[in-house]
Design a protein around this ligand. Structure first.
Ligand code: SF4
Length: 309
């Protein structure tokens, strides 16, 4: 079997486990075999969830794990490759739960030295997990309970006197175990499956991370050259312009009128007749004021709105 040079292949090199019940942490090394078989991100999420959580566990049981695993290329210059996966048994489906977001939390996790965080157990009071490089502490978060995600993130940075912290947190929906509650980081969300409610069930309001370790690649010059080539290709594609104006919903009409594959009424139908007002060709010119991108993305499909009417 070929060997992965973990130190120089975009891996941070460690997996961090934290048990909220005992407040204890431990870490293990990422082996070459694990890297070859599962390749970080989704692969690590699937591997560790399968390994540590039985299929019988209720999503709100403390035996459920919340796993955060940045994609392998997070922290490099590769465009659109800055995504981080959140994984758990999902409250919405009682099965595999996966939410992907483009906030900076995965970058911070890698800079702190970890390719995945695996959080188990349940805190005894509303709490937040603070990770500052090798220092991992569970802190009281009762004053944060009831706050929305923006307020909570700002309060943690203020409490810790540290603006470099990157915070992933839940709002009131997650606290109240709403089965489709999201996890937010800097207005990007892990939105699928209700993973915010898994955090709520663990009384974990937020995860705040800072790190200052480098993410190493074997041949930085070659990667830079490839990155510039990819940027050029993206910039010259028709999707680049349309995504910039209308976001990823720009193909909504095509999915409905030409393909009949628009997920409608929980996939019972593939065409949504009342689609006019959710079509970005309708709302983007009226309300959109600027674009917002995930980290590492030069093709920003996120939109900020102002609705005056
Ligand atoms: S901003 Fe849009 S296109 Fe860019 S990485 Fe995020 S989701 Fe993908």
């Amino acid at each position: 079997m070929p060997k992965v040079d973990i130190e120089n292949s975009c891996y941070a090199g460690k997996i961090l486990f934290f048990d909220l019940s005992t407040k204890k942490s431990k870490s293990i090394d990422v082996s070459s075999e694990l890297a070859l078989k599962y390749l970080a991100g989704d692969g690590f999420g699937a591997y560790f969830l399968n390994k540590h959580v039985s299929g019988e566990v209720d999503p709100f049981d403390k035996e459920n794990a919340l796993i955060i695993a940045p994609g392998l290329w997070v922290g490099t210059t590769i465009p659109t490759a800055g995504k981080t996966g959140f994984f758990a048994r999902a409250p919405l489906t009682n099965g595999w739960g996966e939410g992907i977001m483009g906030g900076r939390i995965g970058l911070a996790v890698k800079q702190a030295g970890y390719d995945a965080l695996i959080i188990t157990g349940k805190a005894s009071e509303p709490s937040y997990l603070l990770i500052d490089n090798d220092e991992v502490i569970l802190k009281n978060g009762e004053h944060l309970w009831g706050k929305n995600t923006r307020e909570c993130a700002e309060m943690i940075k203020k409490d810790e006197k540290n603006n470099d912290l990157v915070v992933a947190d839940i709002g009131i929906g997650g606290e109240n175990l709403v089965r489709y509650a999201v996890i937010d980081c800097e207005e990007r969300q892990a939105g699928r499956g209700g993973l915010g409610a898994v955090m709520g069930s663990k009384l974990l309001k937020a995860i705040a991370v800072r790190g200052d370790k480098d993410i190493r690649v074997k041949d930085p010059e070659k990667l830079e050259k490839l990155t510039l080539e990819w940027h050029e290709k993206m910039r010259n594609s028709s999707a680049f312009k349309d995504d910039g104006y209308y976001g990823t919903g720009e193909f909504l009409e095509w999915m409905n009128a030409e393909r009949g594959t628009f997920p409608t009424r929980n996939w019972r139908e593939g065409v949504f007749d009342e689609r006019k007002h959710i079509d970005p060709y309708y709302w983007a010119p009226k309300y959109s004021i600027k674009n917002k991108a995930c980290i590492q993305c030069t093709k920003p499909c996120g939109k900020a709105f102002v609705i005056k009417e």
